[in-house]
Design a protein around this ligand. Structure first.
Ligand SMILES: *Cc1c(COP(=O)(O)O)cnc(C)c1O
Length: 416
């Protein structure tokens, strides 16, 4: 469900015409709907009502400050994966006690910053990291609360690049070593093991892999109880999928029900780290047709957005629905690749896509671009990054101004 809708053949975001936004802010342009963000957050969070839980939105999905603030105001915590994301979350006014810190390669200064802020906990991904956190914490005379991220070796049945809970992935601690490392954590002077964590992948379209992982974690939970290590938090990570094309991902309510069944009588707090399911369908990328071109084997629609703006199609072969901002009454269609100006054959937003016949200047909306869109963007080919707009009913917020040429070089002052 989202609030990007056609009214009289013209695409609107909530009460605002997309075409009007483009007249003011140009293309390529990311547009987010506040109402959609709120709806998604509430639908997700309320699915776990009845269980003690904390929803920690995954900042990397969409880390714009306006979005973090909006979610923070709804009571969301945050899952961060870097010192930069901690900085953003704190700037957005998120309570440190609602922040969990994941990632395989935390640097010392990042650990220090998180301890200084007094975040809820670190999700620790290796023995070496645990020892590093203990060292930094002891230097600061602090106790670090930690969960160990377990790699449960469960197949999430998603794209290999976004599978994270398989033995061959770099993430987490293999389940066979978990007990041993908990014992170590328990004995380290400046570590307090308070949770068990796992995150098995992204864009999951079925609940069973989550439940398989949970079963393994609950097993570990009981073994730890026997050892006198009392776990207070179970963190199941993020990963719930969304509809890009014809997927039918489970509704959070279904997920919530299944978890309640297993966790009802346990005295623990459930932590969830949703990213895509909150942000994915709450944003679009609007682009303008620059040229159309007919080659012997293909038609090309060359647009002003490229893989530097939205890398998902190039990186994962992902499908994003693409529709004209102004629907035409003409019935003529073509099959074409929608490509950007970047000098890479991998630079495409869609391949062999059936679209209405288009001409120079037409606007296209690339849907489901709210998660892993802007956050994965770059300046490749020295393309200033797109602007981001947040619409809230009839209110327009410039959430990030469009970069200008000076933004491309202003960190290179030694060379000017
Ligand atoms: C990326 C990530 C998430 C969010 O994943 P989604 O698929 O966007 O819900 C949650 N937790 C961790 C540790 C992650 O790396």
């Amino acid at each position: 469900m989202h609030y990007f809708e056609y009214k009289n053949g013209e695409l609107y975001v909530e009460d605002i015409s997309v075409k009007k936004l483009v007249q003011e802010y140009d293309t390529p342009l990311y547009i987010y709907s506040a109402k959609t963000f709120k709806r998604h957050f509430k639908a997700f969070d309320s699915a776990f009502e009845g269980l003690k839980h904390l929803t920690c939105y995954s900042v990397k999905a969409n880390s714009n400050l306006c979005i973090l603030k909006l979610l923070g105001q709804l009571g969301s915590g945050m899952d961060i994966v870097s010192g930069g994301e901690l900085f953003r979350a704190l700037k957005a006014g998120i309570e440190p006690k609602k922040i969990v810190y994941s990632g395989v390669g935390k640097r010392e200064h990042e650990i220090r910053e998180a301890l200084l802020a007094d975040i809820l906990m670190f999700n620790v991904e290796s023995e070496a990291e645990l020892i590093k956190i203990n060292k930094v914490a002891s230097e600061m005379n602090k106790i670090a609360r930690v969960s160990l991220r377990i790699n449960p070796n469960v197949n999430p049945e998603t794209h290999p690049y976004i599978s994270t809970g398989l033995e061959k992935n770099k993430f987490g601690i293999p389940e066979d070593y978990a007990l041993e490392i908990y014992k170590l954590a328990h004995n380290l002077s400046n570590i307090e093991p308070v949770g068990i964590d796992c995150h098995i992948g992204s864009q999951l379209t079925s609940i069973s892999p989550f439940l398989d992982a949970l079963d393994k974690i609950l097993d570990l939970y009981l073994k730890l109880l026997d050892l006198g290590i009392k776990i207070q938090y179970l963190d199941l990570g993020g990963g719930l999928g969304i509809q890009y094309k014809e997927e039918a991902p489970p509704h959070p309510i279904e997920f919530g029900k299944a978890l309640k069944k297993r966790l009802q009588n346990k005295n623990i707090t459930l932590i969830l780290e949703p990213g895509r399911v909150i942000a994915g369908n709450a944003g679009i990328l609007v682009t303008k047709v620059l040229y159309t071109k007919k080659a012997p084997k293909k038609n090309f629609i060359i647009v002003d957005a490229a893989m530097n703006d939205l890398i998902r199609p190039s990186l994962y072969g992902s499908y994003h629905k693409i529709e004209p901002v102004i629907q035409s009454s003409a019935q003529q269609t073509i099959v074409a690749d929608v490509v950007g100006p970047i000098c890479e054959s991998g630079d495409f937003l869609a391949q062999d896509r059936k679209l209405p016949k288009l001409k120079e200047g037409d606007l296209l909306a690339v849907f489901s671009a709210g998660a892993y869109g802007f956050t994965m963007s770059s300046q490749y080919n020295s393309r200033p990054r797109a602007a981001e707009i947040l619409v809230d009913k009839d209110k327009i917020i410039l959430a990030r101004r469009r970069e200008v040429y000076m933004d491309l070089i202003n960190l290179e002052d030694n060379c000017i």
